[in-house]
Design a protein. Sequence first.
Lengths: 153, 500
Amino acid sequence: MQIRRQTDFLSGLMFIAVGLAFSWVARGYTMGTAARMGPGYFPFWLGIVLALLGVGVAVGSVSAKAEADRMARWDIKTLLWVLGSVVLFGLILKPLGMVLSVLVLVLVSSMASHEFSWKGAILNAVVLVIISTFAFVYGINLQMPVWPAFLAN
Amino acid sequence: MELLSHLSLGFSTALSLQNLAYAFLGCVLGTLIGVLPGLGPLATIAMLLPVTYTLPPVAALIMLAGIYYGAQYGGSTTAILVNLPGESSSVCTTLDGYQMARRGRAGVALATAGIGSFFAGSVATLILAAFATPLSELAFKFGPAEYFSLMVLGLIGAVVLASGSLVKAVAMIVLGLLLGLVGTDVNSGAARFSFDVPELTDGISITALAMGLFGFAEIIANLEQKETRETFTDRVTGLFPTREDFRRMIPAILRGTMLGSALGILPGGGASLASFAAYSLEKKTSKYSHEFGKGAVEGVAGPESANNAAAQTSFIPLLTLGIPPNAVMALMVGAMTIHNIQPGPQVMTSNPSLFWGLIASMWIGNFMLVVLNLPLIGIWVKLLTVPYRFLYPAILVFCSIGVYSVNNTVFDVFVAAACGMVGYLFLKLRCEPAPLLLGFVLGPMMEENFRRTLLLSRGDFSVFVSRPLSLGLLVAALALVAVVALPSIKAKREEAFQEE
């Protein structure tokens, strides 16, 4: 047996794992009967269906007719810069306020670009802080801390 | 004429100063994101969902709808001038539109796209208005069994027309359905799959999910590729097509409009599919077929009319049956629920000014878009010179603030980041995320109707096939699968999506 279509094989495994996980957790809820379904009934069977579909996808990937492919390389560095900057934003928004958080978000996420320059990133950050302050805080009155908590009082 | 009185109600709503302003804003934003490659209507609507929270429901929906069809206009600009599809629905326009630009006919190509889109948009709006009443009346005859079967048909339809592996797409739907079940079960009050996280008892935020899957994952994917583009941004002159151009584009526009309107109504249809279908139709039927790929005016007129017509008619299933036919419409469901409007046939009767106002606004919006896109083309062209390294941090800022503000919790920001990671995984595994979003929105509705059906039938599953309407819908779903599974059609389908 040879895995010809790597993306499908891995997707199949993912569907099986996630489906079984959902069914496993759903077993902990009341199942009930078809006429009086508990909260576990629908997700349990849906999880099984997902796992079965996963088996189908995985089996198809070893068929001789499947178009061969390999999973493309992951660009972990870009992924971490982009998503890391978002997580960082979430962590510091409440204590440090929007202005500093947006500054950090823009500077950190800019590192992901292969054309990164400090000058450009800082300029962009300042412009975006001004835009978001006016648009979100004064424009549509979103409720969020603007300045760091220790400065606000 | 009932239709006329409905439309006059619609126009009186849509022409109020506030609604006009929001229609305009939506069209401007739609054009903007349409022009910018790598930022689609899906991510933008997700981004703006929280903002609409403070608006009246009519204004909110008018604006969000404007973004969707506005993006169809804007997308063609980028396709023609940069040879990059600004939207997935303008992929076909790159084929001939860019070639026209290379021959110094960029202005004519832009005008053709604008004229075609406007005509198609106006006709599709009329179709939407005409179909709305009879379809909602049909929907009132539906019981829970029919609704369940209709959703099965809708979901299956959504994937058979999509590209890639069918089984994989169905699995993505089921995954979406499961994710949609996270949160409190409405019948028993039990918290499901929330693992004692209080924020999860309300379910996963649709904004966070859509932003992560479509916004963040897309940015990472765009950053991976480092390429240079040749643009024709400074050569837009001579907007007006010649008599010969008109003679050739008019039939193409008519065909594109009809095809687009029909495909938009179908579940899973929508702008992208319509433009592909229209392009191949034009290429097959035109007597100038040798010119295709070298700057044929039909190759711009057909797909551009079709995508705009489909963008408009895809509102039909959403507004009349309450079933979103594609992922953008799934987000519109989200927008409606934020405002406590349950999408479905009752919207028209309980909220007529909203319903007809939205429809009328589409016509007004199309008119605004022609003005925005043709005389003001120079402004949009300037935007194309903004480098991506300034653009994507801005997208991240708006997404992050937006996702936070829906529930004022940073938890959703983390969920969005996690979804971004998952979205990137899907990209690498070649799993299309759009069906997942559809499933996510329909998950709770489907479970509810499934449970209610079996409660009424006392646990007898045969009810789904013993009621004729329900049986018919399920047979249609089965037929769709069978048709796609046929070897000959399978080969054709793969061929059709090769060009993507």
